[in-house]
Design a protein around this ligand. Structure first.
Ligand code: EPU
Length: 289
């Protein structure tokens, strides 16, 4: 198939800049192209999906099977003043900019969050107790045979950094979202979230926050109090600016990062008795054989 590449290095598709090589790789530009690819590969090999790559660790070595990047599925279609169908590869920062430019609001909490809409919905990306799924009316996804499935709002549930659709074994291709008219208080919220982002190491390679905040605690504060800042394995290092960020300061591998995550979690468990759960996901198959 013309659109399939072989032996494609994947590290540049993750903001962390680590990871191995995909046996087969595709970056389809339309829903139909993705359907055709899935029908060709259906049941023959594992299928992996990468969105914006800002919240994942891609394993080192050879990744057998087909890896799909959604970055070329990036259209937005306004159905009314406040409602749009947005393809999964559309950038979240660009969405925020677009709706602010249309005098719509509600998404200010997403200020500074990288990634694509598909990834943001799959993990209910958010901040300050708010999440992107609050604005989703409908999710459109493909199953392993390339068939379209539509999940209405009542057919999925979500919570802090989770959405049930990511357990369904489907690829999110687009979402229907409804925003609201902008309000005076939106500007303050936007600048407050931007300010909080300034306490994060945004100029270094990372996959964002490493751990979820355990109920009633801040993971960054716990890691800081347990002396994790500056801990390193190879070129993977815990940020001195915000302890919930692991940085790739050069040639880190994904296994360096994963070992460092384990060390940090066991330090917090040993010192405080609190179990930290990773927020970053390790790339795993969306469909297996
Ligand atoms: N803190 C420390 N030391 C550190 C880091 C933080 O003492 O090394 C303290 C801060 O001073 C503050 C508290 O911990 O008092 C909370 O820190 P912060 O304001 O940075 O918020 P957070 O809970 O660590 C959350 C989200 C971020 C989001 C920010 C800002 C999670 C796990 N993290 O961080 O999301 O950007 O709020 O809105 O929910 C992400 O999802 O990748 C992410 C980075």
């Amino acid at each position: 198939m013309r659109t399939i590449k072989e032996n494609q290095p994947l590290s540049q598709l993750s903001t962390l800049g680590t990871g191995g090589v995909a046996e087969f790789f595709a970056s389809p530009e339309s829903l139909e192209e993705l359907q055709e690819i899935l029908r060709f590969y259906a049941g023959k090999c594992p299928v992996f999906v990468i969105g914006g790559g800002s919240n994942i660790i891609i394993p080192d070595g050879n990744i057998k099977g087909l890896t799909i990047s959604t970055r070329n599925l990036k259209s937005i279609n306004w159905l009314s003043n406040f409602t749009a169908e947005i393809q999964s590869g559309f950038s979240l920062p660009l969405l925020l900019k677009t709706i602010r430019g249309r005098n719509s609001g509600g998404l200010e909490f997403a200020a500074g969050i990288p990634g694509t809409i598909g990834g943001a919905v799959a993990g209910n990306a958010g901040a300050g107790g708010k999440g992107i799924c609050d604005f989703v009316d409908e999710v459109r996804a493909l199953d392993s045979a390339g068939n379209l499935r539509i999940y209405r709002r009542s057919e999925f549930d979500y919570g802090y950094r989770r959405c049930s659709i990511s357990d369904e074994g489907v690829i999110i291709v687009s979402v229907l979202m409804t925003f609201r008219e902008s309000r005076a208080e939106d500007e303050k919220e936007f600048s407050d979230f931007m300010t909080r982002r300034r306490n994060q190491p945004l100029n270094s390679r990372s996959a964002g926050c490493t751990f979820k905040n355990p109920e009633g605690y801040s993971a960054g504060k716990l890691l800081d109090e347990c002396g994790c800042k500056g801990l390193c394995i190879g070129d993977a290092v815990v940020s001195d600016i915000h302890a919930n960020f692991i940085l790739n300061r050069g040639k880190a591998s994904s296994s360096d990062v994963l070992r460092l995550i384990e060390i940090c979690a066991s330090k917090v468990y040993g010192d405080m008795g609190i179990k930290l759960e990773p927020e970053i996901k390790t790339l795993s198959p969306c469909f297996c054989v």
